[in-house]
Design a protein around this ligand. Structure first.
Ligand code: MRU
Length: 364
């Protein structure tokens, strides 16, 4: 997707040297577009841990490139295993991270050490390119829902609510939840997005609003607590969110607050769709509430806010009473029963094991 007319992916190999890894530093958005050059495994692990890169598919692709840098430094089997373990420990909830590392290890373990660098870059590029293709396919399958809503409204504007950032910044390109919106926009369908601010880290207010704005898609940022009210008043035609892990049974882990939006949508009969590439499905577990590890993050994300002052310099301010204890679970689990359906690269399906297997029978 484009920023001010220039097309970007969220992670790529530096064009000049052909080996270092470039990212867009998402902790700086929307205030500046910084593209740091990463040259070591440790830098990639740091970028994932500190959320310079974030979003389930993107952290998987970034980890794949982290293994490329690790192999450049030391292509022994011991170094490969250590790098996989280090990257795998950076964030716990999104299964795409484990998926990408396991795929890389499966490709690199049987290779001779002398072949591993080339093989790593090849596999990482495949992971990145496949993510782009899958997200584009999600866009096509999801656009049909927006087109149907537009038709049901006699061509009127379709209002979509989304939570967190599941746009191109969260993937390699296109996004998951936002891909159908970009496709609908490009096909001339009038679409407007209610953007949950998504406290505590404000991925909606900072990232989703940024990318929709850069792409010219109509949107309105709302406080997280506003969604239920909008749904009660018929102001949301459908909700589309992304996910960090979907269980075999169809339970959905996503950014904290997603569950509350699903409850509100259920009460107001608003369709609640979840968009995901198949790399987000954890076929090994069934019960999301019991089995998905929920990341607990720093208290400062809740107690502080950062933004520009009048002269443009960034300032951080405290927003909670000094000394109050804080809890900061970063994700929650929405039970499958509250999800209308999944939008995947192979099409749409009910949020259930049978639904998922109808599209991915190879996992039966
Ligand atoms: O903590 P984050 O910003 O990495 O969380 C991201 C989300 O929860 C997204 O909704 C999810 O990864 C889907 S991204 C296509």
């Amino acid at each position: 997707m484009k920023i001010d007319g220039t097309p970007y992916r969220t992670v790529w190999v530096d064009e000049t040297d052909g080996w270092s890894v470039r990212i867009i530093d998402q902790t700086k958005l929307p205030w500046s577009v910084d593209k740091p050059r990463l040259t070591t495994l440790a830098q990639v692990a740091h970028a994932i841990r500190t959320m310079q890169v974030r979003g389930a598919p993107l952290i998987g692709a970034a980890a794949a490139y982290g293994l490329c840098l690790a192999m450049r430094a030391d292509a022994t089997t011991a170094a490969l295993e250590q790098a996989g373990a280090l990257l795998g420990a950076t964030r716990p909830t999104a299964v795409n991270l484990r998926w990408a590392i396991e795929r890389m290890l499966a490709r690199l373990r049987p290779a001779a050490p002398a072949q591993r660098v080339a093989a790593a870059y090849d596999e990482a590029a495949r992971i990145a390119d496949e993510d782009v293709a899958q997200c584009a396919a999600i866009g096509r399958h999801g656009m049909a829902l927006i087109a149907a809503a537009a038709e049901a409204k006699g061509g009127g504007r379709v209002d979509v609510l989304t939570h967190c950032n599941a746009g191109w910044l969260a993937t390699v390109d296109w996004g998951t939840a936002l891909a159908p919106i970009y496709m609908a926009h490009e096909h001339g369908i009038a679409v407007h997005v209610w953007v949950d601010e998504t406290r505590p880290r404000n991925q909606g207010a900072a990232l989703t609003a940024f990318e929709l704005g850069k792409h010219g898609v109509a949107h309105t940022v709302i406080a997280d607590n506003a969604g239920g009210h909008l749904m009660q008043h018929g102001m949301v035609d459908l909700a589309i969110v992304g996910t960090d892990r979907v269980t075999r049974g169809g339970d959905v882990a996503n950014k904290i607050g997603t569950y509350l939006k699903a409850l509100a949508a259920h009460d107001s009969a608003v369709p609640f769709w979840v968009a995901l590439p198949s790399s987000t499905i954890d076929w090994r577990i069934r019960d999301g509430i019991a089995e998905i590890p929920i990341e607990q993050r720093a208290a400062a994300e809740v107690t502080q806010l950062t933004g520009p002052t009048a002269d443009g310099t960034l300032a951080t301010v405290q927003v909670t009473a000094p000394g109050s204890p804080v809890a900061n679970p970063a994700f929650d689990v929405t039970p499958a029963r509250l999800v209308t359906g999944f939008i995947t690269e192979r099409g749409r399906c009910p949020a259930s094991e049978a639904g998922l297997l109808s599209l991915f029978p190879e996992f039966a």
